[in-house]
Design a protein around this ligand. Sequence first.
Ligand code: FES
Length: 158
Amino acid sequence: MSDETQNNAPVDDADRRGFLKIAAAGALGAAYAGMVGYPVYRYLASPIEKAAAEGAVKEVVLDHGLDTPKNSALMFQFGQKPAMLIHHEDGSWTALSAVCTHLGCTAGYDAAKKIIYCPCHGGQYDPHSGANLGGPPPKPLAEYKVRVDGGKVVVSRA
Ligand code: FES
């Protein structure tokens, strides 16, 4: 009986060492997968998460929007994207995305020329409608609805 026990002891040690090697290799593999996989997951998930966050924003209240002088624009964030509220000389309002439809630079209002201008490649847009007028932008700027409510300007998805 004691011989059996003695004969089995080296086998048990070998099994234990083998198990520990496999467990260590598994833990190392899991750590490596986490180190590599998490950044890949974040890279792939970020656009989806951003789109979800962007879609969750339905309107933005601009507390001081009415203070925007005529023939000027107030830049603001609609969700995570830049946008602009334009107060026209006739007193009307327009709210547009400021994300250029060419390559995504931030466009701004040019009061001297009364156009929206993208400094990256010279894209031009109509400040009343967001229609692309010149340069490389292939599409109009996205337009938002504007209403005045309780002395504040409320911009919402069109
Ligand atoms: S990114 Fe605006 S014109 Fe190219």
